[in-house]
Ligand binder design. Structure first.
Ligand code: AMP
Length: 224
């Protein structure tokens, strides 16, 4: 099964993709995480994409598609994947459809996360991540137990460069210009089931909404 998460930065794609990944035992492919890891390691790819990622611009489609092509053919992705942050343009979505169709597969579910802009700006400014394990916290709605340290490995949490207010506004602009057209692209697609989940409240509420919507599609899911 292949699932795509859509929605603006800060809507909770990473958080909800992780929850669903645990429930469905499917790997998450988060292109943003993959790019940040390449930048961190100083690889050729990392050097190519660093400027885009740090300034909130989109990495060019050809680079993203090459990365995805390698991943969907990997052993890990054989049973399907949950895409977080990909596709981000209609060109990427069309290419993904083509790559999956060539392999006798397709997108089964598209989950759009919906949140107003003012909530996004507030949420992203207080988002922190663990540089070691990648767990995501929010100083307001989901704070770590001890100061600004990861609950699991005690690592000091950090703020992503692109979670600074100026870059957040830029990322939102890029989302509305380049990624929002994906909503009508997928809504008009016949193959996939389309869900809209309101994630403007707590993760607990958003989680309940997502489970109810998936159950409505006939999925048997264990609740937490
Ligand atoms: P994210 O962690 O999903 O917010 O992504 C962080 C940054 O990585 C984005 O602002 C883009 O610069 C880049 N990025 C991630 N996924 C894509 C994609 N599918 N297409 C283009 N750029 C991407």
């Amino acid at each position: 099964m292949n699932i795509v998460f859509l929605g603006p930065p800060g809507a909770g794609k990473g958080t909800y993709a992780d929850i669903l990944s645990n429930m469905l035992k499917l790997p998450v492919i988060a292109t943003g995480d993959l790019f940040r890891a390449e930048i961190e390691r100083g690889t050729e790819l990392g050097k190519k994409v660093e400027h885009y990622v740090k300034t909130g611009e989109l990495v060019p489609d050809d680079i993203v598609i090459k990365l995805i092509e390698n991943i969907i053919d990997s052993e890990e992705a054989k049973g399907g994947v949950i895409f977080d942050g990909f596709p981000r343009t209609v060109a990427q979505a069309k290419k993904l459809d083509e790559l999956l169709a060539q392999r006798g597969k397709g997108i089964d579910i598209v989950i759009e996360l919906s949140v107003p802009d003012d909530v996004i700006v507030r949420r992203l400014s207080s988002r922190r991540i663990c540089p070691k394990c990648g767990r995501i916290y929010n100083l307001i709605s989901n704070p770590p137990k001890d100061d600004e340290k990861c609950d699991f490995d005690g690592e000091k949490l950090i703020q992503r460069d692109d979670d600074k207010p100026e870059t957040i506004r830029k990322r939102l602009k890029v989302y509305y210009e380049r990624s929002a057209p994906l909503v009508s692209y997928y809504k008009s697609g016949k193959a996939s089931k389309y869900l809209i989940i309101d994630t403007s409240q707590s993760v607990e509420d958003g989680y309940k909404n997502m489970i109810a919507a998936l159950k409505g599609l006939g999925f048997e899911l264990r609740t937490r």
